[in-house]
Ligand binder design. Structure first.
Ligand SMILES: NC(=O)c1ccc[n+]([C@@H]2O[C@H](COP(=O)([O-])OP(=O)(O)OC[C@H]3O[C@@H](n4cnc5c(N)ncnc54)[C@H](O)[C@@H]3O)[C@@H](O)[C@H]2O)c1
Length: 434
C-alpha cells in the first residue's frame, strides 16, 4: 500500500516511519521545507528515542521518503493521512482546524482512483464530515472515503506506543474504508491488538474523552496531594492504595506540578468548548482546566515558601523544563509558568535539561543553560526539580548539597525520599508528603 502522511510533526513523523516499518510504501509530506531537508539528510528534527534508527532503516530499504511536493506524493496513493497540528485557536479554546481543512482542500486537488482520507490529527466531533464536504467541493467526482483514526501515542515512548498500542480506534462509514484501514494495520492484528471500529463521530469523541479523563485523573490526584500535605497523609502511599484497585488502576496517579504538553491542555479546552457549543457544558472538564492552571502558579508559591519568602538576589538551579522526560517538547510545560515567575521575583536561574535547550532558549529568556546538574547546583541557594528525567533520578545528593551555597531542594515530582534528602543536608519540599 502506498501511504501519504501529511504533516511530519511528533505524530505524523512517528506514524509515517512506523507504517513504513510495517512494510508499506510511505511518503511523508510537510510544507516546512527546512524540516523536509533535514529528514532527507537522515536527520530527525525532534527528539524521540529510537526514531532516528527506525527512520534510517526504512529509508535505506526504499520504503520511506520525504517531500514538500504533495502532488507528486499523491500519485498512486491508496491512503492519505492528515497529521497536521490542531492547536488552540486564539482566545476561546476551540481547536484551530485551519491546518486540517487546508490539507484536505490541498490533497483534494490531486486525487486519482479510490483514496481513503484518514484524519489522525485530534479533531472535534463533526470535523471529519466537514473534511469530506470540503474535499467534495474541490473534487466532486473523486472516489473518496473518509475515516477518523485518532492517535494515542505518548511523546517519549512514541514508537513503542505506535507498535504496541492498547487499541486502534477507527471511525468509518463504509466497509471499503474499514478494509483499507485493516490492511494498513495488519501487522498489529497479528499481535492481537484490539481494534475499535465505530462511526466517525464516536471515534472523534473517544480521543477527547480519553485525554480529558486522563487529565482529570492527574488533577484529582494533585488535589488529593495538597490535602495530604495538610493532613499528614502521604500521597505516594495513597496512590498505591487506590491504584491497586482494578477499577482505578495505578497509572496517572503521580502528583506533580500540573499537566502540560501538546495535548492535554488544548484537548481539554477544545472539549469544554464543544460542550458549551452544544449547550451541554462539561463542568468536570472545565474545573480540571481551572485547577490545573492554578496549580502551575501555586508551584511558584511553593518554591518561594521553601526559599523563605525571598528570591531576590538568590540563585536557583532548575532541573528539567520539558513538559515531561524523553522529549524536547516544551508546549504548555509547567516550567514555562514557573521559571519566568521565579526570575520575575528576582532569582537568577540556571537550567539543566537533557533536551530542552533547543526549544527552551527562545521560551525562557534570561536563564543560563548548564549541561551538568552538579555544575548547575554549584553555589546555588536552591534546586527546583520540575521534570523527572532519568538524569535527575539518581543524583548523589551529598555531592549536590556540598556544591551549593544554600540547602533547599524542591522536588515537584517526588523523585527523592524525604528521609534521604534530609540525611544529605537538604531542606526538602515535595508534593503531597508532610
Ligand atoms: N504530540 C503528541 O503527542 C500527540 C499525540 C496524539 C495526537 N496528537 C495530535 O496529532 C496532531 C499533530 O500533532 P503534532 O504534535 O505532531 O503536531 P506538530 O505541530 O508537531 O506537527 C504538525 C506538522 O504539520 C505540518 N503542516 C501543517 N499544515 C500542513 C500542510 N497543509 N501540509 C503539510 N504539512 C503541514 C507542520 O509544518 C508541522 O510540521 C494534533 O492534532 C495533535 O493533537 C498529538
Amino acid at each position: 500500500m502506498r501511504i501519504v502522511m501529511i504533516g511530519t510533526g511528533y505524530v505524523g513523523l512517528v506514524s509515517g516511519v512506523c507504517f513504513s516499518d510495517f512494510g508499506h510504501d510511505v511518503v511523508c509530506v510537510d510544507r516546512d521545507a527546512d524540516k523536509i531537508a533535514m529528514l532527507e539528510r537522515g536527520e530527525v528534527p525532534i527528539y524521540e528515542p529510537g526514531l532516528d534508527e527506525l527512520l534510517a532503516r526504512n529509508t535505506a530499504a526504499g520504503r520511506l521518503s520525504f517531500t514538500t511536493d504533495l502532488a507528486g506524493a499523491m500519485a498512486g496513493a491508496g491512503a492519505v493521512f492528515i497529521a497536521v497540528g490542531t492547536p488552540t485557536r486564539r482566545g476561546e479554546g476551540h481547536a484551530d482546524l485551519s491546518y486540517v481543512f487546508g490539507a484536505a482542500e490541498e490533497l483534494a486537488r490531486h486525487l486519482s482512483g479510490h483514496t481513503l482520507v484518514v484524519t489522525k490529527s485530534t479533531v472535534p466531533v463533526g470535523t471529519n464530515r466537514e473534511v469530506a464536504r470540503r474535499i467534495a467541493a474541490v473534487a466532486p467526482k473523486a472516489d473518496v472515503d473518509v475515516a477518523s483514526n485518532p492517535e494515542f501515542l505518548r511523546e517519549g515512548a512514541a514508537i513503542e506506543d505506535f507498535m504496541r498500542p492498547d487499541r486502534v480506534v477507527v471511525g468509518v462509514e463504509t466497509e471499503r474504508a474499514e478494509a483499507v484501514i485493516r490492511d494498513i494495520y495488519r501487522p498489529l492484528f497479528l499481535r492481537e491488538t484490539p481494534m475499535v471500529v465505530s462511526d466517525i463521530e464516536s471515534a472523534e469523541m473517544i480521543k477527547y474523552a480519553a485525554n480529558a479523563f486522563l487529565a482529570t485523573k492527574i488533577t484529582f490526584m494533585n488535589e488529593i496531594a495538597d490535602l495530604c500535605e495538610r493532613t499528614g497523609a502521604d500521597v505516594q502511599q495513597v496512590a498505591r492504595g487506590i491504584g491497586l484497585d482494578g477499577r482505578i488502576g495505578p497509572k496517572f496517579l503521580h502528583p506533580g506540578p500540573g499537566y502540560g504538553g501538546s495535548c492535554f491542555p488544548k484537548d481539554t479546552a477544545a472539549l469544554a468548548r464543544t460542550g458549551q457549543e452544544h449547550n451541554r457544558p462539561l463542568r468536570i472538564v472545565e474545573t480540571v482546566i481551572a485547577v490545573n492552571d492554578a496549580r502551575k502558579r501555586a508551584m511558584v508559591d511553593k518554591v518561594v515558601e521553601a526559599m523563605g519568602e525571598r528570591l531576590a538576589g538568590r540563585t536557583l538551579a532548575v532541573f528539567g523544563v520539558t513538559f515531561k522526560p524523553n522529549t524536547d517538547d516544551m508546549r504548555e510545560a509547567p516550567a514555562l509558568t514557573i521559571v519566568p515567575a521565579l526570575i520575575g521575583q528576582g532569582a537568577s536561574v540556571r537550567v539543566c535539561d537533557p533536551q530542552g535547550r533547543k526549544e527552551g532558549t527562545a521560551l525562557l529568556p534570561g536563564v543560563t543553560w548548564v549541561d551538568d546538574p552538579y555544575e548547575a547546583a554549584a553555589g546555588a541557594d536552591g534546586i527546583v526539580l520540575i521534570t523527572e528525567w532519568n538524569a535527575f533520578r539518581g543524583l548523589d545528593l551529598g555531592r549536590l548539597h556540598g556544591a551549593m551555597r544554600g540547602d533547599v531542594l524542591v522536588d515537584l515530582r517526588n523523585v527523592y525520599q524525604p528521609g534521604e534528602a534530609r540525611a544529605a543536608g537538604f531542606s526538602y519540599t515535595s508534593i503531597g508528603r508532610a
